[in-house]
Design a protein around this ligand. Structure first.
Ligand SMILES: Cc1cc2nc3c(=O)[nH]c(=O)nc-3n(C[C@H](O)[C@H](O)[C@H](O)COP(=O)(O)OP(=O)(O)OC[C@H]3O[C@@H](n4cnc5c(N)ncnc54)[C@H](O)[C@@H]3O)c2cc1C
Length: 451
């Protein structure tokens, strides 16, 4: 049986970063990736579904030790547009200090993953692709030992386990449930319950419509908490047109259905991602046909399309006494508000891998909170604030924000300037963020694990 210091389940940004950091700390590390076929990658690799927009300050959060190479990038960005039914906000500055010169950029996600994998392998980690992990047995007598069984029956024994299996959390759920009271993991972290489903198409745009340097989000266009479509520019005039929505939303529970521009009176259930995208194109560009935006068949997972869950919940702490760290999408670090998750995946993977390699896993929960706590708290607070928002709420909020956007951020002075509604908005954000201070942002705390 192969024996290693650190075994990592999942080879996305979090898993590769963990593998590299563990190897650099001197450990024997193996990353196990089940392997997902993609049109834009010859051999099997990680899943790599992503709108793949990276904001300027996220690069600092990633803490990569070297710049992301140009061959991984697709477009430099000058800003993001948040569009409500009638009001909008054009953001040309994230308002957060960063070392990156522009607003951000988009990447070719499969290439980003391949580059991260290459870095892990160059550091000495093994990256095994093609067979997933079926189960993990942990023996806690003496120092913890984890025995991973792969789908082909191969066994690998490790002293440290990093769970980087992404938002589906198949192995994460199986492992953590051992240490939690019955039903806790399912209640708070099970994928169908707390994730969104995302669908994306790669479409060639007519040149005159293509905006090469802006990412765009339409809020209040479709029902569901933090549900929205987007357009992200890629190379040439190809854009990723995608959307995210809660899994299993019941249309009968949606109030004022007629206010959502992407719903139709005859809809009996929430439309599929494909239908939503057709309607989005139809709505935005009424003088064009869907045929004017052909699918780009050699991208994505299948024929220019891809589907994958997005973690849309609050993060969890890990049972570090068992030498286990949960990282990236598996731990719920992705933002429900804007899907940003690559930066926190890379950073949590790096922290967990290094600590595993140094046999110092107990520091993981404190270290990740120090590194990404502010980012997570911001995102969680925004997502909480907009629970129950309908189209008119988005117009109200965008109206308030755009009236004070001149100085880059929303300050107490702006709250005064925008009257009671602005003060309420600002107050509610501050209050929610305060509620989630320190470890309170985590929805499973370390002390809840019985190890
Ligand atoms: C449509 C969409 C748009 C997004 N847009 C953005 C964006 O613009 N910017 C941004 O920063 N983030 C974005 N995100 C979020 C981002 O993609 C995630 O936060 C990020 O991928 C998390 O990385 P990860 O390594 O934790 O998980 P993943 O990338 O999900 O990787 C997990 C890996 O584990 C593998 N795996 C799962 N189970 C097993 C098993 N049993 N054995 C072995 N391997 C296994 C999977 O195949 C997968 O490759 C988007 C996500 C989606 C779905």
């Amino acid at each position: 049986m192969q024996q290693v210091d650190v075994a990592i389940v999942g080879g996305g940004p979090a898993g590769s970063s963990a593998g590299r950091a563990a190897a650099r700390a001197g450990a024997d590390a193996v990353v196990i990736e089940k392997g997902v076929p993609r049109e834009d990658r010859e051999d099997l690799g990680p899943d790599s579904t992503d709108a793949a927009g990276i904001l300027d300050y996220w690069v600092d959060i990633m803490d990569l030790d070297e710049p992301i190479p140009e061959w991984v990038k697709l477009r430099e960005l000058s800003g993001a547009d948040f569009l409500g039914p009638n009001e909008s906000v054009a953001l040309n500055d994230t308002g957060i200090e960063s070392s990156y010169p522009n607003f951000g950029f988009t990447v070719q996600r499969a290439r980003l993953d391949d580059w991260l994998r290459e870095r892990a392998e160059n550091a000495g980690a093994e990256y095994r692709v093609g067979t997933g992990v079926r189960s993990v047995e942990t023996d806690l007598t003496g120092s913890p030992t984890h025995t991973l069984t792969l789908k082909d029956g191969t066994e690998i024994r490790a002293t440290h386990l990093v769970l980087a299996d992404g938002p589906q959390r198949t192995i994460t759920g199986q492992v953590l449930s051992e240490y939690l009271a019955e039903g806790v993991f399912e209640e708070r972290m099970a994928s169908p319950k707390v994730n969104h489903i995302a669908y994306q198409e790669y479409r060639e745009f007519p040149e005159e419509l293509f905006e090469p340097d802006r990412i765009k989000f339409w809020w209040g266009a479709m029902p569901g908490h933090t549900a929205y479509p987007w357009v992200f520019p890629n190379d040439g005039t190809v854009a990723r047109v995608g959307l995210t929505m809660p899994i299993g939303l019941d249309l009968d529970t949606v109030e004022n259905r007629e206010d959502y521009v992407l719903l139709r009176p005859e809809d009996e259930r929430v439309p599929s991602g494909k239908v939503y995208i057709e309607r989005l194109i139809d709505w935005l560009y009424p003088e064009y046909d869907a045929d004017d935006f052909p699918l780009v068949g050699d991208r994505g997972k299948r024929g220019g399309t891809e589907t994958y869950p997005i973690s849309s919940t609050r993060p969890i702490e890990s049972p570090t006494a068992a030498n286990i760290a949960v990282v990236g999408g598996a731990m719920g670090a992705t933002s429900a508000f804007h899907e940003g998750g690559d930066h926190v995946a890379i950073r949590t993977g790096k922290i967990a891998g290094r600590l595993a390699g140094l046999d110092a896993m107990r520091a993981y929960n404190t270290e990740w909170r120090e590194a990404i706590g502010d980012e997570v708290r911001r995102n969680v607070a925004f997502a909480d604030m907009v629970v129950g928002y309908g189209p008119s709420d988005w117009d109200r909020v965008f109206g308030i924000i755009s009236s004070v956007m001149d100085d880059g951020g929303f300050t107490p002075r702006d709250a005064v300037k925008t009257g009671i509604s602005g003060a309420k908005l600002f107050g509610s954000y501050k209050k929610t963020k305060y509620r989630y201070r320190g470890p309170r942002v985590c929805q499973i705390r370390e002390e809840e694990y019985t190890v």
